[in-house]
Design a protein around this ligand. Structure first.
Ligand code: ATP
Ligand code: MG
Length: 443
């Protein structure tokens, strides 16, 4: 019987993974400019890390975690997000003693037991960015700017950065009270989830996607009328810097984010092209989290981006799909040619070019078909005649031009020169997607 993958867990095949690779390459390039350094964390953690780190009243901890006991009876959980793990690593390795703001990024699969649908899976991939060691609005700004630059570098269309402040433990209780007062006489109209949120975490009602709750939330008290002076000044600082950087943001007082640990700045990148699951990235400040997980009182801020949703937007915006490159296909006919060809392939690869080989004996016609299937820019044809005459035929697969090159020591170099000087459409790396997101040059 055929065994299939688990529901909500996808294979990313090479025709898609080339785009994923492009996103990751861009991630490494853009985030490095800000001084973010890559950190790698385990897939499994002790369950209590997430219970304590994400919060007991969140959707993730309440109903989405993959939790099980290992052979020794210890409760483990497949990571549903990266922040808690990165904070754990920061505390465990005393990285706060470095005397600088520590900035990390991470990329990997996350696991949540959710109802699978478009843009929502049980194994999904996140890019995660975290910074520790300052509460200054300049750090909030740099973190948000890195998200904006990343999306701009990918030329993601139709994205808006929404921003909000959730206050702090000093001013939020007052807002909680105001929300409770506002919603308490409207309780009957709230969805069952929001009825319990009203008691446990009234802020989360503002985030509810149920239509009736959403309608009620529209007229709820506004958090900005409850922020203390510290939070007000902080938020004004962040918005001012973002304006200086010409990063377009939209204030959304209803954006509360699903996690318990956020304070002050929260933000989301939303796309008009995604439908119901419209958030491509989300994050915020979590100044109490390091201490809550056993470290010193050190502030932090970060965001997580969903790879699947990002790739979905890029694909919908793309003119043509990206393809894995193949500079040269070595097509051989006969035993002697194969022997010569496999050595030639090795030499071409040493120059950095991508080279494919004709592993299976085929006719010339079949080899040309294979060259196109391999997406080869050029094909080196080496048959029995060529072996006899000590030359090869190099064919440009797009223009169909052919040149004959002598089989001497300079052959690999001659091939590389021909490849580099050709003017077929793939000779220069064309950007794969149209530009509709604000260009970086406008900054
Ligand atoms: P949502 O409100 O859509 O459930 P969330 O608030 O749970 O999102 P976060 O925990 O902030 O999401 O994760 C950040 C990003 O990770 C999201 O913006 C989204 O792009 C992606 N993401 C979250 N859950 C999933 C999932 N189950 N499948 C695919 N991507 C996801
Ligand atoms: Mg969610």
């Amino acid at each position: 019987m055929e065994i299939r993958s688990i529901r909500g867990m996808n294979d990313i095949l090479p025709e898609d993974s080339i785009l994923w690779k492009h996103v990751r390459d861009t991630m490494h390039r853009v985030l490095a400019r800000y001084g973010f350094r890559e950190i790698l964390i385990p897939v499994l953690e002790e369950t209590r890390l997430f219970q304590r780190g994400i919060g007991e009243t969140t959707d993730i901890v309440e109903k989405e975690m993959y939790t099980f006991e290992d052979r020794s009876g210890q409760s483990l959980t497949l990571r549903p997000e990266a922040t808690a793990s990165i904070v754990r690593a920061y505390v465990q390795h005393h990285l706060y003693t470095s005397g600088k703001v520590e900035k990390f990024y991470f990329w990997g699969p996350m696991f949540r037991y959710e109802r699978p649908q478009k843009g929502r899976y049980r194994q999904f991939y996140q890019i995660d960015v975290e910074a520790f060691g300052s509460n200054d609005p300049s750090l909030d700004t740099d973190v948000i700017a890195s998200l904006y630059d990343f999306l701009a570098a990918l030329r993601v269309p139709g994205v808006t950065i929404e921003i909000n402040s959730l206050g702090c433990p000093k001013c939020r209780p007052g807002y909680h009270q105001a929300l409770k007062a506002y919603f308490s006489d409207k309780q009957v109209k709230l969805c069952p989830d929001c009825k319990s949120r009203l008691v446990r975490n009234p802020l989360r009602i503002l985030d509810c996607k149920v239509e009736t709750c959403h309608a009620l939330a529209m007229n709820a008290p506004n958090i900005h009328e409850f922020l203390c002076d510290t939070c007000k000044t902080h938020f004004r600082g962040v918005r001012g810097y973002l304006e200086d950087l010409r990063i377009p943001t939209r204030l959304n007082p209803m954006m509360v984010r699903g996690l318990d640990y956020y304070v002050q700045t929260t933000f989301e990148a939303v796309s008009e092209n995604l439908g119901a699951q419209n958030a491509v990235a989300g994050g915020g400040r979590y100044d109490g989290l390091v201490r809550q997980l056993g470290g010193p009182d050190i502030p932090g801020i970060g965001y997580a981006m969903g790879m699947e949703r990002l790739v979905m937007i890029l694909k919908e915006a793309g003119e043509e799909p990206m393809e894995w490159p193949c500079d040269l296909f070595i097509a051989t006919l006969g035993k002697d040619a194969r022997r010569f060809g496999i050595t030639l392939a090795a030499k071409i690869r040493k120059t950095g070019k991508v080279c494919e080989f004709s592993y299976e004996p085929k006719s010339l016609k079949a080899l040309m078909k294979l060259a196109n299937r391999l997406n080869a820019r050029f094909t080196a044809i080496i048959g029995e005649d060529e072996m006899r005459e000590q030359k090869i035929v190099l064919r440009n697969m797009e223009t169909r031009e052919q040149v004959t090159l002598p089989m001497d020591d300079s052959l690999p170099e001659m091939i590389v020169v021909s490849l580099d000087n050709a003017d077929d459409s793939r000779s220069t790396q064309r950007p794969p997607f149209p530009s509709s997101f604000p260009e970086k040059s406008s900054r």
